[in-house]
Write a protein that binds this ligand. Structure first.
Ligand SMILES: C[S@@+](CC[C@H](N)C(=O)[O-])C[C@H]1O[C@@H](n2cnc3c(N)ncnc32)[C@H](O)[C@@H]1O
Length: 467
């Protein structure tokens, strides 16, 4: 595999790199049989599958009214990571598929792209050097119709839009993706695909082609379902059939009833902190189980409405390659800055609305009472914070080295990025490594495209002759 820049945005934006990739890719494609071809070329799979279950119509309408800060984070990651996945896995003519298993309506009411449009745009962005097909699944009929219309208007000609339940469609999709590197994005409103399907049909699918899954684990949903368990436990209250079904769905998603024990310490419905902690414990055990069952590694980003709040959900990447972890963390850092801008902007708009409401009781209007909105400048934010992020990463690396000895950066991202995950990115880790080298702490120079895969080694003790 040839080496790419270790900075995701350079890869996404850098045109000369794209040209370089296009050249190398075409050089390698020559003489390589590509008889599988793009299995999904055209839209022959477009079809109507009977609607299975109603689907959360109101949740969907509310969701797509405006893009909240949490969605900005998610979309920031989706705007970056899939490009790297295609570049890294789709070489030598191997086709790539992006699967958006819970695609939604395609765009928000204000026209901002939803996840399928973003993936489609990214597929188009790498079309000069990678053969990527997008497959988008939506169960709710009204949302599917909207999605179909949006993709026809703004997507790529080869986009495949399917109506139906991902559970039913997955076997056929996986068969069609044989020989493709597959990146699957699973972003439901509540609990996602059954664990058995995720493991057996997706992550452990037959063949050698790489498979990665970016999974949304809804912390709030798991915490809420935990509340139903308490209701059942205390006072022996019978659950309504719909509630019972919700618990059964969670059992299938999490792979058994083991997770229910984690909710025993949760006291009442007001005990949100404990319920969230229990849900996070469940999510951690779940990830551990998936890793054990598939040989994957995982990295997980908690997504909050704004800083210091309880996480709403986790975005978890399952991958078998350390580069997957590395580039995902880099994308998370860059997306985190866009999230920072989004929640600050939301706060400002809310404050403005509150002032507008009380305007009539005041001699002053909102514009007089509130300071001018400071446009959040991401570059300035990075400039101001970069040095302190780098210092924190340096300390993290040094601490890990002292505690455990040599280690590979890309395999210890939790520790390397501790305290700055979702803000700092790959270039800051590189700067920290360079600084530790200059200070004589480590041997690694931080130079080169594979520095994140090399073992971090302590500096050699001075030889006796020089001591
Ligand atoms: C959170 S929304 C998706 C948002 C979208 N990923 C985005 O970021 O723009 C979840 C969507 O999944 C759909 N959905 C729920 N269960 C599904 C299933 N089993 N199969 C396919 N789609 C499903 C819902 O109807 C809803 O439109």
């Amino acid at each position: 595999m040839f080496e790419l820049s270790t900075d995701v945005d350079q890869l996404v934006d850098n045109r000369s790199l794209r040209r370089r990739l296009a050249l190398r890719s075409s050089e390698r494609v020559q003489g390589v049989s590509n008889k599988d071809g793009p299995a999904y070329a055209g839209s022959s799979l477009r079809r109507s599958i009977p609607l299975l279950g109603g689907g959360p119509m109101n949740a969907s309408r509310t969701f797509f009214r405006e893009r909240r800060a949490q969605a900005v984070f998610k979309h920031g990651i989706l705007s970056r990571y899939p490009v790297v996945f295609a570049a890294k896995t789709g070489w030598r003519g191997r086709p790539v598929a992006y699967l958006d298993g819970y695609a939604g309506r395609g765009e928000y009411e204000d026209g901002s792209p939803g996840s399928p449009l973003l993936l489609s745009e990214k597929a188009e962005g790498v079309a000069a050097f990678r053969d990527v097909t997008g497959i988008y699944v939506e169960r709710n009929h009204a949302d599917f119709l909207n999605l179909q219309e949006v993709m026809a208007r703004r997507g790529r000609p080869g986009d495949v839009v399917l109506e139906g339940d991902l559970r039913d469609l997955l076997p056929e999709i996986v068969t069609r993706c044989q020989g493709h590197a597959l990146f699957a994005f699973l972003d439901p409103f509540g609990t996602a695909l059954d664990r058995s399907q995720l493991v057996n049909q997706l992550l452990n699918r037959p063949g050698q082609a790489p498979t990665e899954v970016l999974l949304h684990i809804s912390v709030t949903t798991v915490a809420r379902i935990g509340g139903l368990l308490r209701k059942r436990r205390e006072g022996g209250q019978q659950l309504k059939p719909a509630e019972q079904k919700t618990i059964e769905h969670a059992d299938r998603f999490l792979g058994g009833t083991w997770w229910q024990h984690d909710f025993e310490p949760v006291e009442g419905s007001a005990d949100r902190g404990n319920a969230t902690e229990a849900a996070l414990r469940v999510a951690a055990t779940y990830q551990q189980g998936i890793r054990a069952a598939t040989g994957c590694m995982s990295v997980s980003m908690p997504i909050r409405h704004k800083p210091n709040q309880l996480p709403k959900y986790l975005l978890v990447l399952f991958t078998r390659h350390p580069d997957g972890l590395w580039y995902f963390a880099d994308a998370v850092g860059k997306a985190g800055r866009e999230w920072e801008a989004a929640w600050r902007n939301t706060e400002y708009m809310q404050a403005k609305a509150r002032v507008n409401e009380s305007e009539q009781q005041s001699l002053f209007g909102a514009d007089d009472l509130l300071p001018d909105p400071e446009p959040f400048d991401i570059d300035a934010y990075v400039r101001i914070n970069r040095a302190s992020w780098e210092r924190i990463i340096e300390q993290n690396i040094q601490r890990l080295l002292e505690a455990e000895g040599p280690f590979v950066l890309a395999k210890r991202l939790d520790e390397v990025y501790a305290g700055v995950f979702g803000a700092a990115d790959g270039p800051q880790v590189r700067a920290a490594v360079k600084s530790l080298h200059r200070s004589g702490v480590i041997q690694n120079t931080g130079v080169g495209d594979t520095f994140h895969r090399q073992t971090i080694l302590p500096a050699r003790p001075p030889s006796k002759a020089t001591a």
